[in-house]
Design a protein around this ligand. Structure first.
Ligand SMILES: [Zn+2]
Length: 372
């Protein structure tokens, strides 16, 4: 991996961490503000309840004054009634006394009503006071936590920013400018190329682009999202491991790196073995005479997967199992027959017909010296 790419990956980590810390620092006062708002609501509720209790007390005092006034009047009317001369005057005073007594009874009812109301209000006040106490304690704790967290975040942020500056200094200026421009618009500026794709935008890469990323000679961009691409060999290795660990498959893998086919007729050559090898987005084809093991014609190289690149060769072909080194293949095709026999024996190649019970010896003339 290019040192610039390694530094860009570290820079991306630093950028992510800086963003996370900034978001957390911005979030803490919002949380405190939300609790403060709740606290203000409880305070207002308490104030309303307390004001209501006061209003009730004032109303009660007013009714008590009222009662005292009427009691004074009744006493005065009783004194006057001792001195009246006529029956009409006496009746008039009695009427005044009865009226005052009714007013007193009404005021006493009102006072009772107010007292009941005050009991309920006082309960509300006590409840609101308890809530306020709990919420105040909560907000104090929250504030202290937020303060501490902000302090820690700020320290980390300073460290990350310093690290970021150091990393920026170690990256090619043009590449850094490109990374920062893409990151500004897309959130990230670098992306892993894996399994022929850009793993961020999920668009397939051209075979040549993918090869360039794999070889890591220079920085390569994703044609689709413009992110700088990198290749992680460890990732590919890990992805391939479970495949190797699986139980052996009866059928050959369709997308294997190397594939062997048998054809009963192949132009003038007659019975042949075809070997296709996939390499860096290209496919090579080798043809061998079944009877003597010699290579027929030249090695053909075409772009893309061999299924797509050599469809005419696969039309009537039977898939076989087999795997050789490319060097062995080269040697085998070039050797004269007796030498080829020896090489075949040392390579211990096995061909198994897929889905057919045919074996060497019967259907296929075989290469002398090959153990089946
Ligand atoms: Zn992309």
């Amino acid at each position: 991996m290019l040192p610039d790419i390694e530094n860009l990956l570290k820079l991306q980590d630093a950028d992510k961490e800086i963003r996370r810390l900034q978001e957390e620092i911005a979030e803490l006062p919002k949380r405190v503000a939300a609790i403060e708002q709740k606290l203000a609501g409880t305070k207002a509720q308490l104030e309303r309840a307390q004001a209501s209790v006061k209003a009730d007390e004032a109303a009660r005092r007013k009714q008590e004054t009222f009662i005292q006034d009427f009691r004074g009047k009744i006493s005065k009317y009783r004194d006057q009634s001792l001195e009246v001369k006529t029956n009409d005057q006496y009746k008039a005073l009695l009427h005044e006394i009865q009226f005052a007594e009714k007013e007193i009874a009404a005021a006493e009812d009102k006072i009772l009503e107010l007292m009941l109301n005050t009991d309920a209000r006082e309960k509300e006040v006590k409840l609101a006071q308890a809530e306020l106490k709990a919420e105040t304690a909560e907000i104090e704790k929250e504030k202290a936590d937020a303060h501490q967290r902000t302090g820690e975040d700020q320290t980390q942020l300073t460290e990350w920013r310093a690290q970021r500056e150091q990393l920026r200094g170690g990256i090619d200026a043009d590449l850094l400018r490109h990374y920062e421009r893409v990151a500004k618009f897309r959130g990230t500026g670098i992306s892993e190329a894996f399994d022929h794709k850009c793993t961020t935008c999920q668009v397939m890469l051209r075979p040549q682009t993918y090869n360039e990323v794999r070889t890591g000679q220079h920085a390569v961009l994703c044609d689709s999202c413009q992110r700088i691409l990198y290749f992680n060999p460890a990732h590919e290795l890990a992805a391939n491991k479970p495949v190797a660990a699986r139980p052996r498959r009866h059928h050959p893998k369709m997308d294997a790196k190397q594939a062997w086919y048998y054809r009963g007729e192949y132009g003038e050559a007659g019975e042949t073995y075809l070997c296709f090898i996939k390499n860096q987005g290209q496919s090579t084809r080798r043809v061998y005479d079944v009877h003597n093991g010699r290579q027929v014609g030249d090695i053909l190289i075409r772009e893309g997967e061999y299924h797509a690149a050599f469809p005419e060769d696969l039309a009537d072909a039977i898939r076989l199992n087999g795997s050789w080194d490319e060097a062995d293949l080269e040697a085998w095709g070039a050797l004269s027959k007796p030498q080829a026999k020896v090489l075949l024996t040392t390579c211990s190649i096995t061909f198994v017909l897929e889905g057919h019970s045919l074996s060497w010896g019967t259907r296929f003339p075989s290469f002398p010296g090959v153990a089946v």
